[in-house]
Design a protein around this ligand. Sequence first.
Ligand code: ADP
Length: 482
Amino acid sequence: MAKHDLILIALNPSPILDLMERALSAAGFQVAVAHDRLSLDKSIQEAVPSLLVIAETFGGQDGFAVSAEILERFPTLPIILYVDKDTTGLAKSALKTGLSGYLFPPLKIPDIVEEVQRSLARARKLGDWLRHEVKRTTSSLVQKADFSEAERQKLEAIISNIQDGVIVVDKNRNIILVNRAVCDIFDLKSVNLIGRPLAEAIANEDLKALLVRASEGPLKYHEINFDDGRVFNAQYAPIPQVGFAVTMQDISYLKELDRLKSDFIHTISHDLRSPLTSILGYTELVERTGPLTPNQQEFLRRLQGSVQHITTMVNDLLDLGRLDAGFDTRREAVHLENVLKYSLDIFENQAKKKEIKLSVDVSPDLTPLRANPIRIRQMLDNLIGNAIKYTPQNGSVHVSMSMQGDQIVIKVQDSGVGIPTEEQGRIFEKFYRATNAASGIVGSGLGLAIVKSIVESHQGRVWVESTMEKGSTFIVLLPAQN
Ligand code: ADP
């Protein structure tokens, strides 16, 4: 027992009060007495007693109610209630209120001291436990904070030293992290970007386009071009509970390589055209030089087929070269339903041969498109041609055209072989043929590259949704006014 423990007694003047005072003083406690509510509150507040003994009725007030109020403010203060008469009801109420103990007559000195010591010991244990818990929790919090601070610094060091640009923004699109590379890329060295809205802090049209594109559709990347020739591939990655991140890789050298490759292909294609035309011309002349045996005729037919195939490929390559170089600027009002009709005319026979059901659904509110009609026809031919080519006997191909706000949506859906998920991202590349085309389906791998170039030269987007063995849907979005 701590000798200086102060016991506050809140009892009306009575022999019991005297007895308690004497008993507790004799046991070595300091004793203070409160005679009314005001002095009780003042003593608790200022003298900070170790324990309170309160009468069932004190200063005209209910001792339970007063105890409950005091415990609200000082939950660890042990309180002993003195009652004039012991009843089970009282004991229950004392427990419910959260009192430490209670005393009742006949009172003997040892009863009083024992009850006070017991309550104090319990309160002390509770206090020790609380202190221990607070210490434990605090030290684990400090540890965690140290750990996360160290982690944060490590992460910051990694992010600031990587070559790729990294921007992280919160849900309100305010920048919360940028690395050095971003400042170098946008030449923003001396500007403080943290906390500023991304669109305002880095005013770049391609970056803005990426944000619009990523929040509206499934495409999460975009090229960022600079006037000095640098090209970056920017990717958008949502971060749950934070916002999103944009990472940027320098692909200028890849673009340069691509340009050199395209130039090379363009030159070769161009140079191949004349010899191919003359081969085809001579094969036609051979037939006129005299009667041919059936074998010779068959060989000649195959020769012409192959030359035709190479000529188509060369023409496709030249087309791609023109599209990529941005030479395709012809624009006029194009009624898509008419172009579609012409396109379907040439595929009707192929579909019939494979007993493929070819259906069309053109929305009546379709607005005319400002486009190059020849290119749009070429795009439809490639998509519908592929749909028929990659759909087995008795399948179906459905073409639909509709409006979605100010966008025209063209869908070419087939019930064909489907495209493996891991290859879907590559089929729009030049010369890429997916593994589903391995089983003898003829092609050059250029059709979809042309489709993509045409769509992009009309400020549109194209992508595929496909399930193996179920079929594929190619979706083209074109802005109605462009
Ligand atoms: P190809 O001349 O090989 O058809 P494309 O560029 O038109 O070349 O298509 C590229 C590849 O995409 C094809 O080789 C094929 O693997 C796949 N592909 C295109 N269209 C479809 C389709 N409708 N169904 C399944 N696979 C397709």
